[in-house]
Design a protein around this ligand. Structure first.
Ligand code: ADP
Ligand code: MG
Length: 226
């Protein structure tokens, strides 16, 4: 018979909203949001949050929301919010008819900034590792990422920031003002803390974390728990 040791535990992806709530507990800033089920409620939530807003599909089966037409940014009016709700749900259904649609998340629209990725995974040989690099939709294209084994000390985090090519942009490229490296440093430490203290988290990524001259904000969160 099969030994019980062979049992593979199932994993679950938390919703973006639950990811934000968890990350906030570790002082990682995330946008204000509300999850809605109707176009009218989308407009109400957007008004409450304040325009412009971003709206996205909420479905456990849709991992890359943009690929499914499930992300609309720059929504400025009630009419646009209602239209976006219908568009997002229709696109998601067309993308994957079997996907369970839990609603639409209405989010505060973060100002533009440098898009970075902070991630964590369990390496079969080394255990928990932290990844960091240039993020956004071109992350696989640039492959500008570094990796550190947890636990990390301050020097590990600092060298990780300095290691990526995009550090040139963080430091201030060609007369551009430098970005908030201290915020980034603290956020990477917070992400390590989050990963180490949530033993049920087996993988996560914040992609992107937007970095500004002052501060920054996570605008997507994917957390996988066992
Ligand atoms: P995906 O599941 O495709 O990764 P994201 O949630 O990352 O979807 O959204 C895609 C892109 O839309 C992000 O990389 C970011 O540039 C932009 N975006 C998402 N949420 C926000 C937000 N709240 N404010 C501003 N821009 C956002
Ligand atoms: Mg993303």
């Amino acid at each position: 018979y099969w030994s019980t040791d062979m049992t593979v535990k199932a994993t679950t992806m938390l919703s973006e909203a639950d990811g934000y709530d968890l990350l906030r507990q570790f002082n990682v800033p995330a946008p204000a949001f509300e999850i809605v089920q109707t176009p009218d409620d989308a407009a109400k939530a957007a008004t409450k949050i304040g325009y412009p807003v971003v709206m996205k599909i909420v479905s456990p089966q849709i991992i890359h929301k943009s690929d499914a037409g499930g992300v609309i940014v720059g929504i400025k009016t009630d009419a646009e919010a209602k239209e976006a709700f219908n568009k997002i749900v229709t696109s998601a259904k067309a993308y994957d008819a079997s996907a369970e649609i839990k609603g639409v998340i209405v989010e505060e629209m973060a100002k533009s900034g440098l898009e970075l990725i902070i991630g964590g995974k369990i390496d079969p040989a080394f255990g928990r590792v932290l990844t960091f690099g240039l993020g956004g939709t071109l992350v696989e294209f640039y492959k500008d990422v570094g990796i550190r084994l947890l636990p990390c000390d301050d020097e590990d985090i600092r060298s990780l920031i300095h290691q990526i090519k995009a550090y040139t942009l963080i430091r201030g490229y060609r007369g551009q003002a430098p970005l908030d490296e201290e915020f980034l440093f603290q956020t990477l430490k917070n992400a390590c803390d989050f990963f180490e203290k949530n033993v049920n988290v087996v993988e996560f990524d914040i992609n992107p974390l937007r970095l500004y001259e002052k501060g920054g904000c996570a605008v997507d969160a994917r957390v996988i728990v066992q």
